[in-house]
Design a protein around this ligand. Structure first.
Ligand code: IVH
Length: 679
C-alpha cells in the first residue's frame, strides 16, 4: 500500500512542503536540487490525491492553479495606492538632468542608487493576506486595474503561499513572456493559422487577459518583482534593496541583475553593463530603471501626478542594422489581400537573424520608396517583427526601379484590385490557391474549429495532392489517406482524424468565425450566433434584419449577405451540414450577449497629439478593441476627438464642429472599462 493510500492527509502535507521548497530553489534561488521531471512528478502526485480527496484541497493547492473555473470577465479593482508610471530618459543628458532634479527635491546628495533591468512586460500588483495570494490586479490606469487572479495563479513562479506569512503584503512586479515561450507560441499560432503576436509584451498581456485560465497556463508566463509596496505586521524596510531582499525571503522572484551603485558614474556603468547583456537574456528589456535606494529620501523627493521623482527609466535606443533588399515579393492572404514583403540579405539584429520585413501595403512602400537593390535601415524597437525605417538613398544604384503593386494576383493570375478608399489590394479570383490555403488554415485555427494538427505542413500537402479543395472536404479525410502523406505516421493520422471529428460539435459561433466571412470576427460571430441561432436562419436573413442586430453594422450585414448569396457558399454549407457539422446554436449560445461595455462601441474616433505613455498604435488598438473605429480626419461624423499633448489642427476643427474632445486621463479611464463577453 502506498503512503498516500494509508494516510493521504500526511502525504499531502509532505508533498506541499517539498513542492514549496523546490519551487523557491528553482524560481527564486535559481539553484534547483531536482530535475524538472522529478518536480512535475511531485505536483502530479499531489494533484492526484487532491482529486481523489477534495476535502484535502487548500486555498493554495496547485490543483487550483491550472484551468480552474473560466472567469466570465474581469472585475475592476481600485489599487491601494496608485501605480505610477516612470519618467523616461533617452540620453545621458536626460539622466543627468533627472539626477539634478532629484538632488534638489531630496535636499541632499544621493549616495545610493539601484539600477535594474527594465522588463518589457506588464505590471502587476499582488496582494497576499496572511501569506495567501488573495488578489492579482493589473495596472489599468494606475488607479483602477483588473482582477486577473485566476490567470495569475497559473504562473508557476508566483507562489500561492509566501514562505513566511505576514498579515498583509503587496508586492509589485512585471509579468513577461520569456523569448523562448514567445517563439514557440508564435510558431504554434502560425501553423494553426492564427495571427502571431507582434512582441512578447503583447503576448504576455493577451495571455493574462484570457477568459480561460487553462489557456493562460499553457502560455508559460514568468515574473520579476521590483517593489515591496506594503508589508504589515513587521517593521518596514528602510531601503529599496531591503525591500527586494524581503521579497526574496518571502519566496518572490527578484531580478539577479539588480545592482547597487554608489555614485552617478557607477549608475552609468551599471546601465551599460545591463545593456551589454541585453541580447543574451531570455526576456526582453527596453532599458534600465534607476532608483534612489533610501526610502526616506524617496518620500522626501515625492512624486508628480504621474511619476515618482526618485526613479527614472533609461531607455536604450532601438537596435538598428543596415542591409540590402534582395527582392520585394507579394504574399496573398485569406481575404485575398496582397502584402508586399521585403526579402533582405540576412543580418544580425538584437539577437536574431532577420531576412524578411513586411512592407504592409502599397502606400507604405510608396511613402518609404523602397526599391529592389536598396540599402535600408531596419529597426527592432522592443518589437520582434523588424520594420524597414528608411532607405539610404545615397547608396541607391542608378536605374533602380520604383516598386509597383501587381495588377494580377501573383498566385492565380486573376485581376487584383484596390477599391476606392481602401489601402489594400485584393485578388478577385474565386478559387485562388493562396486564398484556399489561408481559408483552410483559418478554418482549423484555434478560435475557429480548433483542429489541432491541421497546420501549414499538412494543408500544403492536402492542397498539392488535391485531397481537399475547400473546408467541407476536410470532413471526408480518413486516417488511411493521411497516413500516406509525408511526415505523417499512423498515430498522428489517427489523431488528426479524431480532431476533425471532434470539431463537428463546436459551437455555432466558431463555425461562423471559421467560415472566414469578411468583417465577421470572433465578436461578430458570437453576436450573430446568439441573435440568429442557426446557419439556416442566417442564410435567409434579410440585409435589414441583419443590420438591426446590435453591433452589426451595414458593412458586416452586406458581407454576410454576399457570402450566403453565392451559390458556391450555399453548397459548401449544405456539404458541411451533411458531414454532421453543428449548424445550430446550443442553448447557452442563445443567451443574450452583453453589449460592449464601452463608450466607443460603434463610434468614430480621431486621435491627435501625444498621449503620455500610450503610443498611437496602442491608442488605436484600444479604441478598436472596444468596438470603435479610428479615422484620420475630423468631420461632422466624428464622435470623439482624443487629444493628447500638443494637439494639431484637428483640435480647432473639432471645436468648430462641436465634436466631443477627450483628454488623456479621461481616455485612460474610458479604455480601462472591461469588455465582458456575456451577460
Ligand atoms: S519601478 C513608481 N522597476 O516599467 C514606479 N518598473 O515604464 C514603479 N517596469 O509601470 C515602477 N521593470 O511596469 C520598476 N525594474 C523595474 C521595472 C519596472 C519594468 C515597468 C513597470 C512600470 C513601467 C514604467
Amino acid at each position: 500500500m502506498t503512503a498516500s493510500k494509508k494516510d493521504p492527509g500526511a502525504r499531502v502535507k509532505v508533498l506541499r512542503e517539498q513542492i514549496a521548497h523546490h519551487r523557491t530553489k528553482y524560481y527564486v534561488d535559481d539553484a534547483p536540487e531536482i530535475t524538472d521531471a522529478e518536480y512535475d512528478a511531485l505536483e502530479r502526485e499531489l494533484r492526484a490525491i487532491e482529486a481523489e480527496h477534495p476535502e484535502l484541497l487548500a486555498p493554495d493547492s496547485s490543483s487550483l492553479r491550472v484551468g480552474g473555473e473560466p472567469s466570465e470577465a474581469f472585475v475592476n479593482v481600485r489599487h491601494r495606492t496608485p501605480l505610477l508610471s516612470l519618467d523616461n530618459a533617452y540620453s545621458e543628458d536626460d539622466l543627468r538632468a533627472w539626477n539634478e532634479r532629484l538632488t534638489r527635491a531630496a535636499g541632499r546628495s544621493v549616495d545610493r542608487y539601484v539600477v535594474e533591468p527594465k522588463i518589457d512586460g506588464l505590471s502587476i500588483a499582488l496582494w497576499y493576506r496572511n501569506g495567501l495570494l488573495e488578489r492579482a490586479v493589473t495596472r489599468g490606469d494606475g488607479i483602477v486595474g483588473e482582477d486577473v487572479t485566476a490567470n495569475v495563479r497559473t504562473i508557476r513562479s508566483i507562489p500561492p503561499r509566501l514562505s513566511s506569512p505576514a498579515p498583509f503584503v503587496e508586492a509589485r512586479g512585471e509579468i513577461f513572456m520569456p523569448r523562448a515561450s514567445f517563439q514557440a507560441l508564435n510558431e504554434a499560432r502560425r501553423s494553426s493559422g492564427e495571427p502571431p503576436f507582434a512582441n512578447p509584451r503583447n503576448a504576455a498581456s493577451g495571455s493574462l487577459r484570457l477568459l480561460d485560465s487553462g489557456i493562460t497556463a499553457s502560455r508559460k508566463l514568468d515574473v520579476f518583482f521590483y517593489a515591496l509596496a506594503e508589508i504589515e505586521g513587521v517593521f518596514p524596510p528602510n531601503t529599496h534593496t531591503e525591500g527586494l531582499a524581503r521579497l526574496e525571503a518571502l519566496g518572490l522572484r527578484v531580478n539577479p541583475l539588480n545592482a547597487i551603485c554608489r555614485s552617478y558614474d557607477e549608475v552609468m556603468a551599471g546601465i551599460e553593463a545591463i545593456r551589454g547583456l541585453r541580447d543574451q537574456l531570455d526576456y526582453e528589456i527596453d532599458g534600465a530603471v534607476v532608483k534612489a535606494d533610501d526610502l526616506e529620501l524617496q518620500r522626501h523627493a515625492g512624486s508628480t501626478s504621474k511619476f515618482p521623482r526618485w526613479a527614472v527609466a533609461y531607455k536604450y535606443p532601438a537596435e538598428q542594422a543596415q542591409t540590402r533588399v534582395l527582392d520585394i515579393v507579394v504574399q496573398v492572404g485569406r481575404t485575398g489581400a496582397l502584402t508586399p514583403v521585403a526579402e533582405l540579405a540576412p543580418v544580425a539584429l538584437a539577437g536574431t537573424t532577420v531576412s524578411r520585413a513586411t512592407l504592409h501595403n502599397e502606400d507604405e512602400v510608396a511613402r518609404k520608396d523602397v526599391r529592389v537593390g536598396d540599402t535600408v535601415v531596419i529597426e527592432k524597437a522592443g518589437e520582434i517583427i523588424p520594420q524597414v525605417m528608411r532607405v539610404v538613398v545615397e547608396r541607391r544604384a542608378k536605374g533602380a526601379a520604383k516598386f509597383s503593386m501587381p495588377t494580377v494576383c501573383p498566385v492565380c493570375g486573376s485581376q487584383a484590385v484596390r477599391e476606392e478608399g481602401e489601402v489594400v489590394t485584393r485578388c478577385t479570383g474565386v478559387s485562388c490557391p493562396a486564398k484556399r490555403r489561408e481559408a483552410l488554415l483559418h478554418f482549423a485555427s484555434r478560435p475557429g474549429m480548433d483542429i489541432q494538427g491541421l497546420g501549414d505542413a499538412l494543408v500544403d500537402q492536402l492542397l498539392d495532392k488535391e485531397l481537399v479543395l475547400d473546408v467541407a472536404d476536410v470532413y471526408r479525410l480518413d486516417a488511411g489517406t493521411l497516413a500516406e502523406l509525408s511526415r505523417m505516421g499512423k498515430k498522428s493520422a489517427e489523431n488528426v482524424v479524431a480532431e476533425i471529428a471532434a470539431s463537428k460539435a463546436r459551437p455555432l459561433h466558431r463555425l461562423l468565425f471559421a467560415l472566414g466571412i469578411r468583417h465577421v470576427g470572433e465578436r461578430a460571430a458570437r453576436v450573430l450566433a446568439s441573435s440568429v441561432g442557426s446557419v439556416d436562419a442566417l442564410k435567409n436573413a434579410a440585409h435589414e434584419s441583419l443590420e438591426a442586430i446590435p453591433e452589426i453594422g451595414p458593412k458586416t450585414a452586406a458581407s454576410v449577405r454576399t457570402f450566403f448569396d453565392q451559390p458556391r457558399n450555399r453548397e459548401l454549407i449544405r456539404r458541411l451540414t451533411q458531414a454532421g457539422v453543428r449548424t445550430e446554436a446550443a442553448e447557452e449560445e442563445l443567451a443574450p450577449i452583453r453589449p460592449l461595455d464601452s463608450a466607443f462601441a460603434g463610434k468614430t474616433v480621431v486621435l491627435t497629439g501625444t498621449l503620455p505613455g500610450v503610443s498611437r498604435e496602442e491608442a488605436k488598438a484600444r479604441v478598436e478593441a472596444l468596438g470603435g473605429r479610428v479615422s484620420g480626419s475630423v468631420s461632422k461624423k466624428t464622435d470623439f476627438l482624443i487629444a493628447g499633448d500638443e494637439p494639431g489642427a484637428k483640435m480647432d476643427r473639432a471645436m468648430a464642429l462641436g465634436v466631443r474632445v477627450v483628454g488623456p486621463e479621461e481616455f485612460a479611464r474610458m479604455t480601462t472599462a472591461t469588455i465582458p463577453d456575456r451577460a
